[in-house]
Design a binder for this molecule. Structure first.
Ligand SMILES: [Zn+2]
Length: 280
């Protein structure tokens, strides 16, 4: 059985995280989960937590982490998230990372890896400030990285492209500062758990995608030893049913239990199975 693919993506706005998230979601057949989207859905479908969130937002307040975690939990147990999930834009800070860790522990579904999209901030600013969108068909261009064929005109429909007002340099620098301040502790958190993988997000989309897949596979293999160890126990027992029977008989009296390790060195595991068999 393949291990689950459970990923957190950490990347600044403009780092290409969204594009990679879509590709990864297809590659591994796992849902891309964004909390903003989840929250909207929960509100729309009038789920209890959605209604709670709505009430908070109506007061102009931020939805608490408790509500957000509840909504994420409900999402992770859906059938399409059985082989894993990809969290995009969550956790945003240390508190959320800790809450997520706790949640995944209770679900017994540990995180595979947290992927950090590294990109030079100068380049990020250029990428963000050069963004052009088509008001007609929604196509996105970039003056520096993917310009339209004709000056400020949409390749698809010829409409004059628009430059978003919040794409000016000052706003962008502010957004990046906020991002850095929030994610810095997050990076330390995942690094200390051996879950952080840094990838160079400055390059062609397929190259970055390959990098990410390699990182995911490496981290999946690190998890792998945990499974066979569990699986081996019944396999070894099945070889010697007689021994298991003996162990079962021995374990019925707690007085004899104490002397057992000396007589039957590997009896610990056997008695474990014996107990299970008896309780049937
Ligand atoms: Zn267009």
């Amino acid at each position: 059985m393949q291990s689950l693919v459970q990923i957190v993506l950490i990347g600044a706005p403009g780092s290409g995280k969204g594009t990679q998230a879509r590709l990864l979601s297809q590659q591994y057949g796992i849902p891309q989960i964004s909390t903003g989207e989840l929250l909207r859905q929960a509100v729309q479908s009038r789920l209890p937590l959605g209604l709670e969130a709505q009430a908070v937002m109506d007061q102009g307040l931020l939805v608490s982490d408790t509500i957000v975690m509840g909504i994420i939990r409900d999402r992770l147990v859906q059938p399409d998230a059985r082989s894993g999930f990809l969290l995009d834009g969550f956790p945003r800070n240390l508190e959320q990372a800790q809450a997520l860790e706790k949640l995944l522990e209770t679900l017994d579904r540990p995180l595979t890896v947290a992927i950090l999209f590294q990109m030079d901030s100068e380049y990020l600013i250029q990428r963000l400030s050069g963004r052009l969108t088509c008001p007609q068909c929604g196509a996105v261009y970039n003056r520096y990285t993917s310009p339209p064929r004709f000056d400020d005109q949409c390749d698809n429909c010829g409409t004059l492209l628009r430059h978003r007002s919040d794409d000016n340099e000052e706003t962008i620098i502010n957004r990046l500062r906020v991002y850095e301040a929030q994610t810095e502790p997050l990076i330390g958190f995942y690094r200390s758990r051996g879950l952080l993988a840094e990838i160079n997000a400055d390059g062609p989309i397929p190259t970055i995608f390959r990098q990410i897949r390699r990182v995911i596979n490496e981290h999946r293999q690190r998890r792998a030893p945990l499974r066979p160890r569990k699986g081996k126990v019944p396999a070894r027992q099945s070889k010697s049913p007689a021994a298991a029977r003996t162990a079962r008989r021995v374990s019925t009296t707690s007085a004899k239990k104490k002397s057992k390790p000396r007589n039957l060195p590997p009896a610990k595991k056997r008695s474990g199975k014996a107990k299970k068999t008896r309780s049937r």
